[in-house]
Each structure stands twice: as structure tokens, then as C-alpha cells.
Design a protein around this ligand. Structure first.
Ligand code: ZN
Length: 177
């Protein structure tokens, strides 16, 4: 996975800060007020006209270094949050082994409604979708059914997934995200 590098975050810092709600204080989630990508993650336009994930920008700005090929994940499982204290770097491999350790890996086609995906899983899955990989391959890696990947591909919002979105359809479709 190749992410767009964020090499000069200071150039865009003032514009970025204006789009963050920090009213909860230094330890609260800092909610992105700008454009969203349909799944709750912020989209921020760099000075060069390219959009990047707002939480990736927040990380680059706070640390002074581009996250490179790594995912910028949320400890708080709150996609629009851009508080660097809530962000950490993770690889997709970290994610998958963590998931297996927690017993969340499942075979494709298994009628299992209990698969849970963290924000970081979703970030990794969305990156896989952008790479043009097939739903079944992504599903196998993340231990969920391809129906789940298909829903993520269709861009159902995070909030909908967490509320009524998953209760529709038959048993195969049921999964908590
Ligand atoms: Zn947060």
C-alpha cells in the first residue's frame, strides 16, 4: 500500500487547525469538522491539491514525520478523531495477528455474526480496496465474510454500520463492525 506522502505539514497547519474541534481539552477526541470520506474519516486537502486522511495529517503534523507505508490507527476507535495522543502507527500484519490472537479470524462463508472490526481493521481494508484487490481475498485476510467487505466498498458510513445498518438482511449479512 502506498499512501500519499505528507512531507510539509507545517504549510497547511493553520488551515488544518481551523477544521478541528478541540473543545474537549487535550485528552479528548479532537473531532474533524471538514469533509468526510463517507466512512467517518476526515479528508484534508494539502496545499498541492491532493486529499489525504485527516488523521494521517494530524500524525505527520504532531510528529514531524510522514507515516509512510504504515497505517495511522485510532486507540479511541473514533474515525474522525485527530488528536495525536489517540493515534498510533500500525502495519496491516500487526492488525491481522492481533485479530487472530483475539480469536476473531474466521473462515469465509462461515455464518458468523460476531466478527468485530476495529477502526484500524477498517483502515487496512479500505487501503486494500483502493489497491484494487478482490473482496474474497481481503475478506480471507481479515477473517470476515466477503459481504462485509462489499458493504465497506459501497461506502456505508461508520455510524450506520454501528446502528441499524447491520440488522437488515439475512443471517449471513449480520456482522458488527
Ligand atoms: Zn480520539
Amino acid at each position: 500500500m502506498k499512501f500519499i506522502p505528507i512531507t510539509h505539514p507545517a504549510r497547511d497547519a493553520a488551515r488544518f487547525d481551523a477544521l478541528l474541534d478541540r473543545s474537549g481539552g487535550p485528552d479528548a477526541c479532537w473531532t474533524w469538522q471538514g469533509k468526510e470520506d463517507g466512512q467517518g474519516y476526515g479528508r484534508f486537502r494539502l496545499w498541492c491539491g491532493v486529499d489525504v486522511q485527516a488523521n494521517r495529517f494530524a500524525y505527520a503534523l504532531a510528529t514531524g514525520s510522514d507515516p509512510g507505508d504504515l497505517f495511522v490507527c485510532h486507540k479511541c476507535d473514533n474515525p474522525p478523531c485527530c488528536n495525536p495522543r489517540h493515534l498510533f502507527l500500525g502495519t496491516q500484519a500487526d492488525n491481522v495477528s492481533d485479530m487472530i490472537a483475539k480469536g476473531r479470524a474466521r473462515h469465509i462463508g462461515e455464518r458468523n455474526g460476531a466478527a468485530k472490526l476495529t477502526t484500524c481493521d477498517l483502515e487496512a481494508i479500505r487501503a486494500n480496496i483502493c489497491e484494487g484487490r478482490a473482496n474474497v481475498d481481503i475478506a480471507r485476510e481479515h477473517g470476515v465474510t466477503h459481504h462485509v467487505i462489499s458493504r465497506i466498498r459501497r461506502g456505508r458510513s461508520w455510524r450506520n454500520e454501528n446502528t441499524s445498518g447491520m440488522r437488515r438482511g439475512n443471517g449471513r449479512e449480520r456482522a458488527e463492525l
